[in-house]
Each structure stands twice: as structure tokens, then as C-alpha cells.
Design a protein around this ligand. Structure first.
Ligand SMILES: Nc1nc2c(ncn2[C@@H]2O[C@H](COP(=O)(O)OP(=O)(O)OP(=O)(O)O)[C@@H](O)[C@H]2O)c(=O)[nH]1
Length: 369
């Protein structure tokens, strides 16, 4: 009799709603009396999504790199550590939005060779409005990455349907069916889906199954992809970054040993165009000026998030910016969380952004009103 820990990969482009879905999965499992654990991967050096996950959920952070390449070698160690320390009933790996799911799948499959884990599938969360916009243009790395994330999915959550016009719904449906005719599709706003049905479609997680049942129903991790015939369909990684100019700073993490595998240089190339700027604030900033700065961000900044103290309000805020939509939520972070903002995008000017933020800190923007 062997015990295996079910593991799910949460994929989807930056800001599509992965953490929003994660919260619902956690609530569901906790309601069933199960202990979920999370491996959270962020390209920036601060984990802001972690602030949205309850403290009692065991969580491991893999920061400053993308799980599918630069810190992939660490993944099995993190899974092993989590199982040993916490003995969770289920593990969710939330990948960065720029991760190629095939590479993560490989990473988890490698780990499954010597760890008692059972890969249940990849849930890909799609920002439906963003997908439709990119589909109209039919080019760009983000478009190809989204396509790949959809192709590799075992379950697809077409999220942000509130931003899709009714007349666009058929097109959306036909795009994803063409790219992946096997995965179950759930349309959602704020990832509100029938969680038990979603999990059942991927094999479910049950306390008795996890803790006591034998391995009869266990799927070999690698089976998920060939089963659906998607391995052949998957397009190669996004093309080399050499076609991009600008002052982009590639995403690297020199402190982590790189595990050698066939796709390594390939995988790295796919992220070379992505850059991250992290700004630590020295003090509070004015809320309206900050909102204006966010509204004026260059389009090449496609994701931003942070924790801020505003000079004109009493509480602290978690701010989110994804696909030109921003959101501010009051929070009271536990522990010592600095005021910080992370900006992710492609070859935007870090120095200009830094200057704008510094000027904001000095109240500079107010003077230009
Ligand atoms: N309009 C709209 N906004 C949504 C929806 N679902 C989530 N959001 C918002 O989108 C933003 C990003 O959501 P997250 O769940 O943090 O996205 P994510 O994929 O985890 O983001 P990264 O981890 O940074 O890649 C947040 O401000 C959410 O409140 C939705 O259905 N509609």
C-alpha cells in the first residue's frame, strides 16, 4: 500500500486569475477537512500573492525566477520538503504567468520518478478578454505562450468573462476548442466555477483515497499529455529573443544551480524578453497620483502588483494591475511587509518608471497637476 500526494499545476498568463482560483481550491479542500499546501513561484523577488493565502496553509516560495527554467532544478526539492514537513493531502504548484507548462510538467514528472506524488493535471486559467485581443493580432510571444498554456491544459478556466462581449463568446469557445479539444472548459468570472466538478474531471482528491487507498487509480504523471494527444500538437517554445530590441533585462537567477536538461537553453530564450522592476517605497504616496501613474503605464508593462501605504488614507492597500485593469484592496499584512511594487513586462524603460515612482514619493506629481 503506498501513499501518494496528488499534485496540480496552476498555469495561465500573468494576471489571468491563478491566485483567485487557488483561493477557491483551498477553501474547498479545507471545507472537506483536507490540508492543502502550495508552492508559489514568482518572477519578482517578493511574493505578494502569498499575502492572499491564509496563514495556516503551508506554502513554499520559489522567487526571482521562472519555475519552468531558471529554478526548475529546485522544484523537486521543494516538493520533497513540503511532503516531509507538512504531509499535505494535496499540493498546488502555482507557476509564474510566463511559465511554459510543458517544462513544468517535465519538472514535476521528473520529481515523480523518486517522490510519492501523483500529478493530476494542469489547470490553465485564461484571461478571456486578453486572449481575444491577442487572437485578433495573431502574433507575439505572449500570444504563443497563451496558446501553449491552453494546449497543455487538462482543464481550462475561461476567466474574466465579465470583460467579454456576448457576441464574442462563440469565437472564444471555438478558439480554445481548436487548440485543445480534450480539456473540460469552465467559463467564469473571478474563477467562480463548480470546484468539485472541476476536481472530479481531474480525478478528485479524497481524504480516504489520499491516505488509505491503494494505487489502483493512480495515473502515471506523464500520461496526461500523450493521453490527449497534445504532445505532438504542442508548438515549440516561443522563438529566440534576439528579435527584440530595447533595454530589456533578461530574467535570470544566478544563485540557483541550473539543472541540465535538453530544453534548457531553449527554455531560457523564451523568457529573455521578460523584465521585472521591483520598487521599494521609502514612505507613503498620494493615492490619486499613484492611480494616475498606473493608468499611464506603458502597454509593455502587462502586470504590476504591490503593497502600498497612501498618505491620504488610513489603511494599507494591495494593488493589482493586469491587462489594463487595476484593483485596490485594503489589507492588513501579517508581519513586516514593506511598501513595494513589482512591474513585469517587456522592454519598458526601468529608469523612466523608477523616476516616475521617485517623483511620486516626493509628491512631485502633485506639483504638475
Ligand atoms: N474583471 C475581472 N478581474 C478579475 C477576474 N478574476 C480575477 N480578476 C482580477 O485580476 C487580477 C489578477 O488576479 P490574480 O488571481 O492575482 O491573477 P494571477 O494569475 O494569480 O496573477 P500572477 O500570479 O501575477 O500571474 C486581480 O486584480 C483580480 O482581482 C475576473 O473574472 N474579472
Amino acid at each position: 500500500m503506498s501513499q501518494t500526494t496528488p499534485i496540480y499545476i496552476l498555469s495561465g498568463f500573468l494576471g489571468s486569475g491563478k491566485t483567485t482560483l487557488l483561493q477557491q481550491l483551498i477553501d474547498h479542500w479545507q471545507g472537506e477537512g483536507l490540508l492543502p499546501a502550495v508552492i508559489m513561484n514568482e518572477v519578482g523577488d517578493v511574493n505578494l500573492d502569498g499575502l492572499q493565502v491564509q496563514e495556516q496553509v503551508p506554502m513554499t516560495e520559489m522567487l526571482s525566477g521562472c519555475i519552468c527554467c531558471s529554478i526548475r532544478g529546485d522544484l523537486s526539492g521543494e516538493i520533497a520538503g513540503l511532503i516531509q514537513r507538512e504531509a499535505p493531502d494535496v499540493i498546488v504548484v502555482e507557476a509564474t504567468g510566463i511559465a511554459n507548462p510543458m517544462e513544468i510538467l517535465e519538472g514535476v514528472s521528473e520529481a515523480a520518478l523518486y517522490l510519492p506524488i501523483d500529478l493530476r493535471g494542469i489547470m490553465t486559467v485564461v484571461d478571456s478578454a486578453h486572449l481575444l485581443e491577442l487572437y485578433n493580432v495573431q502574433k507575439g510571444k505572449t500570444y504563443r505562450l497563451m496558446q501553449e498554456q491552453i494546449r497543455c491544459a487538462s482543464a481550462l478556466i475561461l476567466n474574466k468573462m465579465d470583460r467579454v462581449k456576448e457576441e464574442e463568446e462563440d469565437l472564444l469557445q471555438s478558439i480554445v476548442e481548436r487548440w485543445n479539444g480534450y480539456a473540460g472548459v469552465w467559463k467564469a468570472v473571478r474563477c467562480r466555477v463548480d470546484i468539485p466538478a472541476l476536481l472530479d474531471a481531474l480525478g478528485g482528491v479524497k481524504a480516504d483515497w489520499t491516505r488509505a487507498a491503494d494505487n489502483e487509480s493512480k495515473q502515471a504523471p506523464g500520461e496526461l499529455v500523450p493521453q490527449n494527444g497534445r504532445e505532438q500538437n504542442a508548438e515549440p517554445h516561443a522563438e529566440s529573443a534576439s528579435d527584440h530590441g530595447g533595454e530589456s533585462q533578461p530574467l535570470h537567477h544566478p544563485h540557483h544551480a541550473h539543472k541540465s536538461h535538453n530544453h534548457e537553453s531553449h527554455a531560457h530564450e523564451s523568457h529573455d524578453h521578460v523584465m521585472v522592476y521591483t520598487h521599494y517605497f521609502k514612505g507613503p504616496v498620494e493615492s490619486l497620483a499613484f492611480e494616475r501613474l498606473i493608468a499611464d503605464l506603458p502597454r509593455d508593462v502587462y502586470r504590476a502588483k504591490g503593497v502600498l501605504t497612501f498618505s491620504d488614507t488610513a489603511s494599507r492597500f494591495l494593488f493589482q494591475y493586469a491587462f489594463r485593469e487595476s484593483d485596490f484592496m485594503k489589507i492588513t499584512p501579517q508581519g513586516n511587509v514593506p511598501d513595494v511594487a513589482v512591474f513585469i513586462g517587456e522592454h519598458f524603460s526601468r529608469s523612466e518608471l523608477e523616476q516616475a515612482l521617485l517623483s511620486l514619493e516626493q509628491g512631485g506629481l502633485r506639483e504638475t497637476d
